[in-house]
Design a protein around this ligand. Structure first.
Ligand SMILES: NC(=O)c1ccc[n+]([C@@H]2O[C@H](COP(=O)([O-])OP(=O)(O)OC[C@H]3O[C@@H](n4cnc5c(N)ncnc54)[C@H](O)[C@@H]3O)[C@@H](O)[C@H]2O)c1
Length: 264
């Protein structure tokens, strides 16, 4: 089924894309790697295109002939809001609009758990609950999720927003015992979203099956995402930190300084 597919991977030089790339390249006819600088193909079915997400024409050219897009390219953390608006919001608009114009059927968008980062650690959050961004980066991702919903409702594009947790080889601190997304669960989340047959629009939490997780997994399970790892098995290795049981899920990301220090 995937053997005739061309998929585009934006942000191909980044941490997550580098991790999921090998298993994508094995499955599809062509994997087109898109980033600001040339990403060397490492597989015979990979090809590279240099494109800045802010350049609408370049993004459209990068999608010609594609069946689906994994859109990971972004400023991946808090930054000046003007830059977030240009790269994340406008750049993602360019991706959705290019998909519409070129006829790509599906876009899987790398969103973030931080779109709900102001919920308390005592709340189990479901994707349908109102967003509570923990910073400007999260606001930019909420705008992108809204674009995804619009392109699905209005133009019939199949769209999944993956609210990614903390992508790490192993959980690195106490918060990540709740938010960890293991590399193999991450790969599974993207593959499930790229292949779910009846997808229209969904937002799901891409998080491992952590015993201490704060997010409901059922929307992900509905599209076939069945995470296998649990951060608890690494709990003994995580440096003991002061528990912040009642604080916001976003932790230090939710503090005023984390956002204000990054504005021009
Ligand atoms: N790493 C995590 O734990 C995590 C958590 C939640 C969400 N996410 C999201 O997942 C995606 C990938 O995250 P990552 O950790 O691999 O990030 P990363 O910073 O390692 O990779 C992002 C990539 O986007 C590219 N990029 C930035 N601006 C661009 C532009 N103007 N045009 C083209 N490409 C551009 C960068 O060159 C980079 O290769 C991002 O969208 C991020 O917001 C990541």
């Amino acid at each position: 089924m995937l053997a005739d597919q061309t998929w585009v991977l934006t942000g191909a030089a980044g941490r997550i894309a580098s991790s999921v790339r090998p298993s994508l390249a094995e499955r599809v006819a062509k994997l087109r790697l898109v980033d600001l600088d040339l990403v060397e193909p490492a597989h015979e079915r990979e090809e590279s295109v240099v494109a800045d997400l802010r350049d609408q024409r370049a993004v459209e050219a990068a999608l010609v002939g594609a069946n689906g897009v994994l859109h990971l390219g972004a400023l991946a953390d808090e930054a000046d809001f003007h830059d977030l608006a240009e790269v994340n919001i406008l750049g993602t608009y360019h991706v959705f609009e290019a998909a519409r114009r070129t006829g790509a059927e599906r876009v899987v968008f790398a969103s973030t758990n931080r779109v709900t980062g102001f919920y308390s650690r005592t709340t189990l959050v479901e994707p349908e609950m109102p967003t509570r961004p923990d910073g400007f980066y999260a606001v930019s991702k909420i705008a992108c999720e809204a674009l995804g919903r619009l392109y699905s409702d209005k133009f019939g594009l199949r769209v999944a927003s993956l609210r990614i947790g903390s992508f790490e080889a192993t959980p690195g601190d106490e918060r990540q015992l709740s938010t960890w997304l293991s590399p193999s669960d991450c790969e599974q989340a993207f593959l499930a979203a790229m292949t779910a047959p009846d997808l229209t629009y969904t937002a799901i939490y891409a998080v491992s099956r952590n015993s201490r997780r704060w997010w409901d997994l059922s929307a992900g399970e509905a599209v076939g995402f069945d995470p296998q790892d649990d951060a608890e098995s690494h709990a003994a290795d995580v440096r003991a930190a002061r528990p912040e049981a009642a604080g916001p899920q976003g932790g230090h990301y939710a503090s005023p300084d984390y956002s204000l220090d990054r504005q021009r």
